[in-house]
Design a protein around this ligand. Structure first.
Ligand SMILES: [Zn+2]
Length: 164
């Protein structure tokens, strides 16, 4: 499943949009000066091949796919880079519901901690599917995309979101 999340991003093949997000108007005919080293000539280029879009610098030999580009540019871990890819490419993430099983006194901070602790645990266990989903959940709460009112918990014990 984690592979599916990666695949979804690579299938979009839109490395151009990601590069434009960080370096607007730099790309010309799939080439630009390499952002990863001091580059006088445009040694950095994009190729579409097989199941994705890739970049390669012929001078410093840095290369990779969309997620690697984000990871390298932002200097963040792979899972966060994958999340960021969804954000930049405006692709909705359909995450499964994650059970919280906690008491009714959930507040926002507790919920973030809850997801973060589970995230760390999943990472240690090598469950990347879960880790990715939990990391997204935690960000979703942190980013205040909606206001959360607790202590409302639904029948399954999951926290309820309320938009207003
Ligand atoms: Zn380079």
């Amino acid at each position: 499943m984690f592979k599916t999340y990666i695949q979804e991003i690579n299938n979009i093949r839109d490395l151009e949009s990601v590069i434009n997000y960080y370096y607007p108007n730099q790309l010309k005919r799939n080439k630009m000066s390499c952002p990863f080293h001091k580059d006088k000539t445009p040694s950095f280029s994009i190729v579409h091949k097989g199941n994705g879009a890739f970049y390669k610098c012929f001078s410093c030999s840095e290369g990779g796919d969309i997620i690697k580009f984000i990871q390298k540019t932002e200097n963040i871990p792979f899972i966060q880079a994958l999340q960021k890819a969804y954000e930049i490419l405006n692709k909705p993430l359909n995450l499964p519901n994650i059970k919280t099983n906690t008491s009714k006194s959930l507040n926002k901070e507790n919920l973030i901690n809850f997801y973060n602790n589970k995230y760390e645990k999943s990472l240690q266990e090598g469950d990347l599917d879960k880790a990715f989903e939990l990391s997204c959940k935690s960000d979703e709460v942190t980013n205040k995309k909606y206001n959360i009112i607790y202590p409302f918990v639904n029948k399954k014990g999951e926290p309820m979101k309320m938009k207003y």
